[in-house]
Design a protein around this ligand. Structure first.
Ligand code: 5GP
Length: 125
């Protein structure tokens, strides 16, 4: 169910619980600013979620309010996760759903990283 991401950050959202360790996840990568773990319902052979450790509801919130070093740390984490899986050559797809039109369901910014297969059209018709 897409959610209203103009609301204040909800500390009880699923990814906040994952960051606190209240809900288990498999760590793929972590740095000071970001945490990466497999999506529970993978949509491709490789489907990783990369999230900032800070309290940001969406890409909109993060891009407006995060400090430059947080943004750099998060973006670098995404690139590192891709390179950990040798995806620079074959390629991959990044996706950040934002708000109702984007279909965002969890109100903590996350980038989906899909790979290890041809990914087809960018948007379903
Ligand atoms: P959104 O639609 O918000 O862009 O994507 C949310 C994603 O979070 C979905 O792909 C969903 O499978 C994933 N997800 C939801 N709950 C959990 C969970 O408890 N653990 C993990 N690893 N992924 C989750």
């Amino acid at each position: 169910m897409p959610i209203d991401v103009t609301q204040p950050y909800d500390d009880d959202n699923i990814f906040a619980k994952i960051l606190r360790g209240d809900i288990p996840s498999v760590k793929i990568y972590e740095n000071e600013w970001a945490y990466a773990f497999p999506d529970i319902n993978p949509q491709a052979k490789l489907h990783v979620l990369v999230i900032p450790k800070g309290r940001y509801v969406s890409w909109d919130d993060f891009s407006a309010k995060a400090a430059d070093e947080e943004i750099a740390g998060f973006i670098r984490a995404v690139g590192i996760v891709a390179r950990m899986h040798d995806l620079a050559g074959p390629g991959y797809r990044l996706l950040a759903n934002v708000g109702p039109d984007g279909g965002q369901e969890v109100p903590h910014l996350h980038v989906h990283l899909f790979g290890q297969q041809p990914l087809g059209p960018m948007i379903s018709r």
